[in-house]
Design a protein around this ligand. Structure first.
Ligand code: GCV
Length: 689
């Protein structure tokens, strides 16, 4: 039996009313297998709630069933839909969802929910086949088993505690996990890593003596087609195996990983694999033994290979103890410097997981050059739904436009492959299309009643799943989908029939351009950081300027920006293939939004927009704070509608007040800082403190 909705938790994008169209009809589910049972359970519950009829049959159906409005069926003979694809058809006045395998049927079921009433049950049904573009669509949790003294229960978590762990143990009540699995499947996510990539002692034991906790979680994810992955500590042979070394070429170390992995699969046969952060921010790794990261990753890949598992090996490797006076070290270069020479050296079941930008999930960064540098390696691209640098789920910041821009970026120019193609594996030399590493998101959920702290931040996780399924999908259309599923209204029973449309329009207006708004009032022109050190919330222009973290802007009285050109700077620009190496290198070609990432310029430097850098900073910061006000006004105009639950309204109200306050603080600190540095007054004579 799968998990029903929980009464004390917000249903997110599976609002009960979104099930009405299906649940009020006659629905036939045909086929055998655990995931087919999940679909049958879902149908049964929806029909019980809304007065429809659920019919069950084990044999596949050809489609034209006189007594059903909807037939969800496995195919009798393979139609080439793959493991997760499905096909929608109209046969004899009924809608039909066909899938070759059970996971496809599950995704087809959720597609019917997304379509709602008329489109799903009339000739308006969008018939045809759908398959996910990316095979691996993964959510990584930075959840600690034991509360960390600095990072808490969830590192960079802004939605309460972990839904898995509490005070050093697996939670007793895991009903949230089942509900989460259902939400993930409904947006297409099929893999989840259940513990932090910074693997402390309590988490390390999940691999061995606490493996049963992982088994329990896997059991809750399995009915929704989701495989569980585990972050492991590279030094586990020392700490757990009592070996004198963790050298990846040492036979005893290799044997320890092989045996340990065998035991994992004995307990969890569909275990997904390992996730590793090595030689990064204090985590152990192969460098300690003079080995390369390919040697480290391959050792784990070899242990996993007999069972079909994969290792996700993160490329987030840089020197976090750099001297700020040392201008020759550039953190942006680090991942490419370390990993590009290793192209072709990784096993087939080793996936190199690359953050989308070269720094660290900033509001604006160029695409990481690693993505274009390793055509013989399986690459996964990592994005961050937890809003570490983008307002920490106190600010509305819909990130799908950013991710869509990353996925659509073509590192080799217009005629070449896109980032989405690389993640899909299309551009890998000599390998079949479709076996790429996929897309990974750092999850933004916690044990908060609304899952994500800010209720509107739910849209980011939903949009991630939808973009991983189809990277070409329009962020604005995904947003409308999410709004429609989360706030479906009561149909004909709505006391205010115009209400749902008004609410939907307001939410769209609040969220659609909120990434741009956030960028407007925070660090300008791609320079990044300028946040308060450690917790990364709120403005602090020089907070990271004299630290060891490699995150500098170099503002002085003449100008600002990091010279990353080959001619006079760190040479980072040359890590890109043409045309981008040339575009980023040339001051007159570099896109405005990335100008300060690549160049150090004077405050009077003219942007392509015609504005000077300093005037642009003033203008965008005044505009950004005003836009934050406008977001709140849109909300106030609809928040008293009956279809907005009181507790949700209260939460959003409180968050929007904080966003407005914080946007003004950003505006004033950034504008004051640059006015004081440059001495250039605002052309429009607005108040700068
Ligand atoms: C999990 C950034 C964050 C860290 C995070 C790290 C990573 O540095 O601030 O909290 O650690 O990225 O991605 O590994």
């Amino acid at each position: 039996m799968t998990t029903p909705e929980l009464s004390n938790v917000h249903p997110a994008w599976l609002a009960p009313a979104a099930l009405r169209a299906l649940g009020s009809r006659r629905v036939l589910v045909c086929g055998e297998g655990p995931l087919v049972e999940t679909v049958a359970d879902e149908v049964e519950r929806a029909c019980a709630r809304f007065g429809g009829t659920a019919i069950r049959r084990l044999a596949p159906s050809a489609g034209g069933e006189a007594d059903a409005d909807l037939v969800l069926t496995l195919t009798a003979t393979d139609r080439g839909l793959g493991d997760e694809g499905f096909e929608l058809a109209r046969v004899g006045g009924a809608s039909v969802v066909r899938a070759d395998r059970p996971a496809g049927l599950l995704y087809g079921f959720f597609e019917i929910l997304r379509l709602g009433g008329a489109p799903a049950f009339t000739d308006a049904l969008p018939v045809g086949a759908q398959r996910p573009a990316l095979g691996r669509r993964m959510a990584d949790h930075w959840d600690n088993v034991a509360v960390h003294p600095v990072m808490g229960q969830v590192e960079r978590g802004y939605a309460g505690g972990s839904i898995f762990w509490r005070d050093g143990r697996l939670r007793e009540d895991l009903s949230r996990v089942g509900a989460y699995a259902r939400l993930l499947a409904a947006c297409g996510i099929n893999a989840v890593a259940v513990n932090n990539v910074n693997v402390h002692q309590a988490e390390a034991h999940l691999l061995t003596d606490r493996l049963d906790d992982v088994r329990k979680l896997a059991e809750l994810f399995r009915p929704y087609g989701i495989r569980v992955h585990l972050s492991v500590n590279f030094a586990a042979p020392l700490s757990l195996g009592a070996l004198p070394t963790a050298d990846p070429l040492d036979p005893a170390v290799r044997a320890w990983w092989a045996e340990t992995t065998e035991q994992v699969y004995a307990l969890i046969p569909d275990f997904g694999g390992y996730l590793v952060k090595a030689d990064s921010e204090g985590q152990p790794g192969p460098f300690a033994y003079g080995r390369t990261h390919a040697e480290g990753a391959n050792m784990l890949a070899d242990a996993l290979a007999p069972f079909g598992g994969v290792v996700h090996w993160r490329a987030f490797v840089y020197n976090h103890r750099q001297d700020w006076r040392d201008r020759s070290t550039d953190r942006a270069r680090a991942a490419h410097d370390h990993f590009a020479p290793l192209d072709g050296a990784f096993r087939d079941n080793a996936i190199l997981q690359v953050k989308h930008g070269p720094m660290d999930f900033q509001t604006r960064e160029p695409v990481s050059p690693v993505i274009a540098a390793m055509p013989r390696t399986r690459l996964a691209v990592e994005v961050q739904a937890t809003q570490e640098y983008t307002g920490q789920q106190r600010h509305v910041c819909y990130l799908a436009p950013q991710w869509s821009e990353v996925l659509g970026f073509r590192p080799w120019g217009e005629a070449g492959a896109s980032v989405a193609d690389v993640a899909r594996g299309q551009s890998r030399d000599g390998y079949p299309d479709g076996d790429g590493g996929g897309l990974v998101v750092v999850s933004n959920v916690g044990d908060d009643r609304f899952w994500t702290g800010h209720p509107l931040a739910q849209a980011n996780l939903y949009a991630f799943g939808r973009l991983a399924w189809n990277p070409a999908a329009e962020p604005a259309a995904i947003l409308d989908e999410w709004i429609g599923l989360t706030f479906p209204g009561d149909g004909e029973d709505d006391p205010d029939p115009a209400g749902p449309a008004r609410l939907r329009a307001a939410l769209h207006a609040m969220m659609d351009e909120s990434w741009q708004t956030y960028e407007n009032y925070t660090a300008p022109l791609g320079v990044g950081f300028m946040v308060r050190p450690n917790h990364h919330y709120g403005p602090d222009v020089d907070g990271y300027e004299y630290t060891p973290w490699g995150t500098y802007h170099f503002a002085d009285r003449e100008g600002i920006g990091v010279d990353r050109t080959s001619a006079t700077g760190t040479g980072f620009a040359s890590q890109y293939p043409k045309p981008w190496s040339e575009v980023y290198e040339a001051l007159d070609q570099c896109p405005d939004e990335l100008l300060l990432f690549f160049h150090h310029v004077s405050y009077g430097h003219r942007l392509h927009s015609g504005e000077s850098v300093v005037q642009h900073i003033y203008d965008t910061h005044f505009a950004g704070a005003e836009q934050a006000h406008a977001i709140r006004e849109h909300w106030h105009a609809v928040a008293d509608l009956d279809l907005v639950p009181a507790d949700l309204r209260e939460r959003v109200d409180e968050r929007l007040d904080e966003q407005v306050r914080c946007a003004e603080e950003w505006r004033d600190q950034i504008n004051a800082y640059f006015y004081r540095k440059s001495g250039v007054p605002d052309a429009h004579r607005r108040i700068i403190h």
